[in-house]
Design a protein around this ligand. Structure first.
Ligand code: ADP
Length: 281
């Protein structure tokens, strides 16, 4: 660990933490995080995988994993993760109304994430203390994700306080960076990769998302956002290109339905592309 960094504290019961990050929003980070988690399990059914939604400002995991409602409490007053497709999930989205804005500063967000992953302190008291937080009731406590081989963390986009705090507080096996092949996304993806390097988190590689669109009628292929941008950035950074995910209606539709493509169309080339990413991390 670099000198001067705060001491990292492992998450109880979790063997490896993989963060999925992006420089910008909207490039497919959450979709990749979900399908990566499912891909890890599809590649080896004996592995247990969990998902933590650290994108507390715009939590997408509840929708992508088709999860709703109030987590229950264990007899030790820990919040039980909600589970779908055998993946336990924790998300701020379980604690706030779907349309409620979350107006927090970086340190508050980190504190909330800490409470989502570690032992019981009343998250709701914390939230009431910090801000105008919309909540269902005063029922929630912080939770534990249980014993996991992999915890996939869907990071917030960018390289702000929250990203830094997570990387400094939790030991991370590696980061997967998602980008479209567009110059503007790649610039930010590069910043993300440099941030991880600065805090000594290994960059496992890049995922190039939405690189090619194939017309379902005539099969013509179009590189809407460019073709090889992330591939070239991976070379520049000296990291692997973990996968190339096409821009595909199946991915968008299954995500919107909360039935990710890896589980709903396991035979499709899109699902295969995500499983290859999972095999490469
Ligand atoms: P981010 O987490 O980077 O903000 P999301 O994963 O939420 O991005 O994706 C943004 C939108 O793009 C969503 O509507 C999602 O369904 C869609 N999307 C992501 N990847 C693909 C893809 N490869 N093909 C088609 N749609 C995609």
């Amino acid at each position: 660990m670099a000198r001067g960094l705060p001491k990292q504290k492992p998450i109880a019961g979790v063997k490896e933490v993989i963060v999925v990050a992006s420089g910008k929003g909207g490039v497919g980070k959450s979709t990749t995080a979900v399908n990566l988690a499912l891909g890890l399990m599809a590649n080896d059914q004996s592995k247990s995988v969990g998902l933590l939604d650290a994108d507390v400002y715009g939590p997408s995991i509840p929708k992508l994993m088709n999860l709703k409602g109030n987590p229950e409490l264990t007899d030790k007053n820990l919040m039980r993760p909600l589970v779908n497709f055998r993946i336990p999930c924790m998300s701020m989205g379980f604690l706030v109304e779907e349309v409620a804005p979350i107006v927090w500063r970086g340190l508050m967000v980190m504190s909330a994430i800490e409470k989502l992953i570690r032992q019981s302190k009343k998250i709701i008291q914390f939230a009431q203390h910090c801000c105008s937080f919309h909540y269902h009731n005063d029922f929630f406590h912080a939770g534990r994700l249980g014993n996991l081989d992999y915890l996939v963390i869907d990071m917030p986009p960018g390289t702000g306080d929250v990203q830094l705090s997570i990387t400094q507080n939790i030991p991370i096996a590696g980061a997967v960076i998602v980008s479209t092949p567009q110059d503007i996304a790649l610039l930010d993806a590069r910043r993300g990769a440099e941030m991880f390097r600065k805090v000594n988190v290994p960059v496992l590689g890049l995922v190039q998302n939405m690189s090619v669109f194939q017309c379902p009628k005539c099969n013509h292929q179009t590189h809407i956002f460019g073709s090889d941008g992330a591939k070239e950035l991976a070379q520049t950074l000296g990291v692997e290109l973990l996968g190339d995910i096409p821009l595909h209606l199946n991915i968008r539709e299954t995500s919107d339905k909360g039935q990710p493509v890896v589980v709903s169309f396991p035979e499709s080339p899109e699902a295969e592309a995500y499983r290859r990413v999972a095999a490469a991390v």
